[in-house]
Design a protein around this ligand. Structure first.
Ligand SMILES: [Ca+2]
Length: 288
C-alpha cells in the first residue's frame, strides 16, 4: 500500500489515491477480490495536516475531541485511565485511574457526559468532563470495544461486525446494525467516531477506517492509514491504529494508535478534516 503513503509536512495534501479492496481478513494487502456481493467500497488516502506528541504509555481505546481538548480512554488491566490531553503538547492535564479490575475501552461524549466502556466487565462509567467526577454507571451485554454517539443513542462495537444502538436512559438496545462491504461482513470493529452523519470505525489489526452508513450498515468508503506511523516507531505488535476524534466545528480529524508516540491531524480530501488545511491555504487579505 505504498502508493497511499501520506505526506508529513503541514498543509500538504496529496493527490487522491484511490483503489478498491475487500474488507475480509484474508486480504490485508488490498487489491480487489471477487466476493459476489457487489462492488466493494473505494479507499481514500489520509493526508497528514499536523503531527502532535502522544503518550507512549497510552494504550488508546477511545478518543474524543471536546472544547479544545482531547479526552482519551486507555486500556490494559491495572493501567486503565480516563485522560484530558492538551492537543499541542500531548500533555496529560487530568487523569482518572480506572480501578484495577477493569480494562477500559471506548469513550463518547453524550449530553454533556463522558461514557467510558470496559472490555469484559459489562459495566461502563459516566463522568462530568470538567472534573472527571463519576455521576453514574451503565451496563450492557457481552464485550465493549468502541463507543460513539449520534446524539440520540450510544453506539457500541464489540469486536464483531455488529454495532448496537443503546438508549442512554435505560441501557436497552434500540437497534443493531450489521456492517458489510460488498458481500462481506466487516468484523473486528473497534474505536468509533461520528463524522458528518457517518460512523467511522477502526478495524482491529488493520491500517484502515471504515466509513459506515448508519442507516444500512454498508461501508461507504475506507480511509487508508497505511504509512501514517512507520513500523520502527511502533513499540509492539499491538501498536495498531486505534482512536478517532472529530472536531465538528473546526472540521478537524485526529487519529492515533495504541502506544503510539504521535497523534495525527489528518484530512480525507473531499470527505472530512479539511478545516485546518483550508484555513492554511486561505490568502491573507492585504491591509487597507
Ligand atoms: Ca472516538
Amino acid at each position: 500500500m505504498g502508493l497511499l503513503r501520506a505526506a508529513r509536512r503541514p498543509g500538504a495534501l496529496l493527490t487522491l489515491a484511490m483503489t478498491t479492496f475487500c474488507a475480509c481478513k484474508d486480504d490485508q494487502q488490498g487489491g480487489g477480490t471477487v466476493n459476489g456481493g457487489g462492488p466493494v467500497a473505494p479507499a481514500l488516502a489520509a493526508s497528514v495536516v499536523r503531527e502532535y506528541p502522544h503518550d507512549t504509555a497510552a494504550f488508546t481505546q477511545g478518543l474524543v475531541y471536546h472544547d479544545g481538548y482531547l479526552f482519551e480512554s486507555t486500556g490494559r488491566t491495572g493501567r486503565s485511565s480516563l485522560r484530558q490531553v492538551e492537543l499541542a503538547t500531548g500533555r496529560v492535564l487530568r487523569l482518572h485511574a480506572v480501578p484495577d479490575q477493569y480494562f477500559a475501552e471506548g469513550l463518547a461524549l453524550h449530553a454533556g457526559r463522558l461514557y467510558q466502556l470496559t472490555w469484559q466487565s459489562q459495566v461502563g462509567f459516566v463522568y462530568t468532563p470538567d472534573d472527571f467526577g463519576q455521576t453514574g454507571t451503565f451496563t450492557y451485554q457481552g464485550e465493549g470495544w468502541g463507543l460513539t454517539t449520534d446524539g440520540q443513542s450510544l453506539i457500541l462495537s464489540d469486536g464483531s461486525n455488529q454495532l448496537r444502538f443503546l438508549d442512554p436512559a435505560n441501557n436497552t438496545v434500540r437497534r443493531t446494525l450489521s456492517v458489510m462491504d460488498g458481500g462481506d461482513f466487516v468484523n473486528d470493529l473497534n474505536e468509533l467516531e461520528w463524522v458528518k452523519g457517518e460512523i467511522w470505525a477502526n478495524v482491529w489489526h488493520t491500517e484502515r477506517i471504515a466509513r459506515i452508513d448508519p442507516a444500512t450498515g454498508k461501508v461507504k468508503g475506507w480511509v487508508e492509514l497505511a504509512g501514517l506511523l512507520e513500523p520502527s516507531r511502533r513499540p509492539d505488535p499491538e501498536s495498531v491504529p486505534n482512536g478517532i476524534a472529530y472536531d465538528a466545528e473546526g472540521d478537524r480529524l485526529f487519529v492515533t494508535g495504541k502506544l503510539w508516540p504521535a497523534l495525527f491531524e489528518i484530512a480525507v480530501p473531499g470527505v472530512a478534516g479539511e478545516g485546518a488545511a483550508m484555513a492554511a491555504e486561505t490568502p491573507v487579505a492585504p491591509a487597507p
